[in-house]
Design a binder for this molecule. Structure first.
Ligand code: 3H9
Length: 694
């Protein structure tokens, strides 16, 4: 079957693209459209043309898999030029998601109509790119500079009604899209409506300060990313250059970005997210259980955040607590979070009310009888979990999924408190649960396939990136984090200071370094964990007790205004000379001669130690793909997306270089901490990377 078909309906040429799953603009599609439009122009029986798509969506963009390969003609800008220059009107009929190159193609048409549920957008920035086929030059001519900047720099699609109001669409049509498009085309011809070439429209004058202000507004949030700033430059060019010149300039920026390591890394993340949705050893059609009501045990920070995730997705949720006071406090925090969104303008009052209306509270397990899914977010203690899960086992209906939000504990031990271990799964959210996108779903030895498939599906429904992992202490994320934390403390006693370590992390692209992060999370949490596991630690780990010393002074981090840093009322951190003295004295007491530690050593030791742990996690089958580990770190711990995640980063550095560094640090710091994983060692010897480990 050809991917582009041309047919004639009463004088209108109908160009239908059929390239599942998302009608990407592969070379075949581009040349198919080009030929169809050229044919339509030449055909005396054709007076107008309609471009529409089969399947679930209009063209959702260029074919990302073609990027990085030698380009094959016709290029998308050429196809769009052919459409726009057509002497006969061309109408785009949109449904589903008209994104990226697909939306740019529609902008090259003379008219655009859409089905009511359609969404349009230019999400290239999320792939480390900027629109490369005229979007930056045409969109501002239709919707103005401010709206264009928002759409292109944030990259989020907008619904058809918003696009219509902004001027990007001409009409929203009800009913059968093909019929409506043919009628629209016939009307354009009958009324001799002029060809509306967007490139010929004047761009309203704009104050150049808009660009500087926009750049300022994203500087902090998009620190380190190239693409958002390139997007601003390209839109600015539309206001400063004639159309053709602006187009060429913007195309140059696109080519530069496509070839950049950042875009390659972000494309890796795009495909990693799609791969993670699939469960490696289960068929894609594994049935799922329906989840229409949810219970959450615990209304603390985690429980409240989890409840918000479901309410945000329109799913009713009941929060259960042991006292009315706890419930009131928990619900109060949820309300405050929503109020903050309303005051920022990201949520309307009506949406807030609707979401709060979906959150019920209860003091009785009986109220969870009918829940399809219950997520326990109680205190991290196996006896507490035991109590919760035996109660759930007693009251919940058959077939309900019983999930634990535990960060460290053994899922099988938790499942053993019930008579239905097949229904028990880990669903590990990251704090703040309503914000962080990672959901680490943990598979128990007996978890049923449909429970796994449901947990993954639920994750997607509530807008998370679900990653399925096996059960071990700390699962993927916290297990790797614990190695990084250990190394960061060793660096302190060898000569570094918290502010140096944190700066190195920030320079690499993390939003904050390990010590600032520990202060934010609360040092007492790590301290409690350390005390509980002290006997399992090595002699050096036990003796490296800087954390104990801070906590013994009541320095628990931001909440006590003192931790590794001192905090003012606005929570602004300042390095503290008391901490420097404490660390220097600690080194002296341990007989360690402090030395100058380079930024490179800090970065390598902290990253490579966790990459090595990631390799062991892969080796043990706790993660099924290296790219799953990348997602855990990007969406759960702030690893910069433009570096593709720790395992991708290791491949970029080269595993043989990483392996050599592991051996060097083993000699320098102790073999027990730096034993290379067998997998990493093998791949390094074979000259391969984790992405090829499969
Ligand atoms: C661009 O257009 C550049 C231009 O400015 C300039 C060019 C010169 N290419 O997400 P799903 C695959 S850049 C190739 O699970 P959904 C995806 O990997 C592009 N493949 O479905 C998956 O494959 P598999 C700008 C693609 O219903 C399958 O399709 N456009 C592409 O949840 C289903 O995907 C974008 O950035 C692609 N462009 O969501 C839009 N897109 O089954 C990117 C998807 O083997 N796409 N695949 O795993 C999306 O946002 C979502 O896919 C979409 C559908 C919302 C469309």
């Amino acid at each position: 079957m050809p991917v582009v078909e041309f047919s004639k309906r009463r004088g209108v040429g109908l160009i239908r693209v059929d390239n599942p799953p998302i009608n990407a603009l592969s070379q075949e599609v581009r040349s198919g459209i080009n030929e169809a439009v050229t044919g339509g122009i030449a055909d005396p029986d054709v007076s107008a043309m309609v471009i529409l798509c089969a399947g679930r969506t209009f063209i959702a963009g260029a074919d990302i898999r073609e990027f990085g390969k030698p380009p094959v003609d016709p290029s998308l800008p050429e196809v769009i030029e052919c459409i726009e220059n057509s002497p006969k009107p061309v109408i785009a009929a949109l449904h589903g998601t008209a994104l990226g190159g697909g939306f740019e193609l529609a902008l090259g048409c003379h008219y655009r109509i859409a089905a009511p549920g359609a969404r349009v957008g230019l999400p290239e920035v999320k792939l480390g790119l900027r629109p490369g086929a005229g979007g930056t030059q045409r969109l501002p001519r239709l919707v103005g500079v401010e709206k264009t900047l928002k759409m292109i720099v944030e990259g989020d699609p907008v619904p058809a009604d918003e696009a219509l109001a902004a001027g990007a669409l001409d009409e929203i049509v009800e009913g059968d899209l093909e019929r409506a498009a043919l009628e629209f085309a016939a009307r354009v011809v009958a009324r001799r409506r002029p060809l509306r070439r967007v490139s010929e429209l004047d761009l309203p004058a704009v104050d150049p300060a808009v660009f500087d202000e926009f750049e300022k507004s994203i500087r902090r949030k998009r620190r380190g990313f190239l693409a958002p700033f390139h997007c601003i430059k390209a839109v600015r060019a539309a206001t400063e250059m004639p159309f053709e010149e602006g187009l060429a300039y913007a195309r140059g920026l696109f080519q530069e970005l496509v070839a950049s390591p950042q875009s390659r890394a972000q494309r890796h993340v795009f495909f990693a997210e799609r791969a993670a949705a699939k469960i490696a050893d289960l068929p894609p059609d594994t049935p799922t259980r329906s989840v229409e009501s949810v219970g959450v045990i615990g209304a603390g920070t985690m429980g409240g955040g989890i409840a918000m995730c479901f309410a945000n997705a329109g799913i009713p949720v009941t929060m259960l607590e042991t006292s009315q006071e706890n419930l009131d406090r928990g619900l109060g925090v949820v309300r405050k979070n929503y109020e903050r969104s309303v005051s920022r303008g990201s949520l309307t009052q009506a949406e807030m009310d609707a979401r709060l209306g979906l959150i019920a509270t209860s003091l009785s397990h009986d109220d969870l009888r009918q829940a399809d899914l219950v997520i326990e977010a109680a205190f991290e203690d196996i006896d507490v979990k035991g109590d919760v899960f035996s109660k759930l086992d007693a009251v919940c209906k058959q077939g309900a999924i019983l999930a634990s939000n535990t960060s460290y504990l053994d899922i099988d031990a938790i499942a053993a408190f019930t008579r239905r271990p097949q229904d028990v799964v880990g669903m590990h959210f990251f704090s703040p649960a309503n914000v962080m996108r990672l959901l680490e779903n943990v598979r128990g030895a007996k978890t049923a396939p449909d429970v796994l498939a449901t947990a993954q599906g639920v994750g997607k429904t509530i807008g998370k990136v679900p990653v399925l992992v096996g059960s071990c202490h700390g699962f993927v994320g916290n297990r790797m984090l614990s190695k990084r934390t250990r190394e960061a403390y060793f660096l302190l006693e060898e000569g570094a200071l918290p502010q140096q370590v944190d700066r190195v992390f920030q320079d690499f692209g993390f939003p904050m370094g390990p010590f600032a992060m520990a202060d934010l999370a609360g040092l007492d949490v790590g301290w409690r964990n350390r005390k509980a596991n002290l006997q399992k630690l090595t002699r050096r780990e036990q003796a490296c007790n800087i954390l104990d010393q801070l906590c013994e002074q009541g320095r628990f981090g931001q909440k006590t205004k003192a931790g590794f840093y001192r905090y003012d009322d606005q929570r602004k951190a300042t390095p503290d000379s008391d901490i420097e003295n404490l660390i220097v004295e600690h080194s002296a007491a341990r007989g360690i001669d402090r030395r100058e530690i380079t930024d490179e050593e800090i970065l390598e030791r902290c990253l490579y130690v966790m990459i090595n742990e990631g390799a062991k996690i892969l080796e043990e089958g706790i993660a099924s793909r290296a790219s799953d580990i990348d997602l855990v770190w990007i969406h759960g711990y702030g690893f910069p997306a433009y570096r593709g995640g720790p395992m991708y980063h290791a491949d970029e550095v080269g595993l043989s270089a990483v392996h050599e560094a592991l051996l060097k640090y083993a000699r320098q710091c102790g073999h027990e901490y730096w034993q290379p994983s067998a997998l990493l060692e093998r791949l390094a010897k074979e000259g391969r990377g984790f992405s090829e480990a499969g």
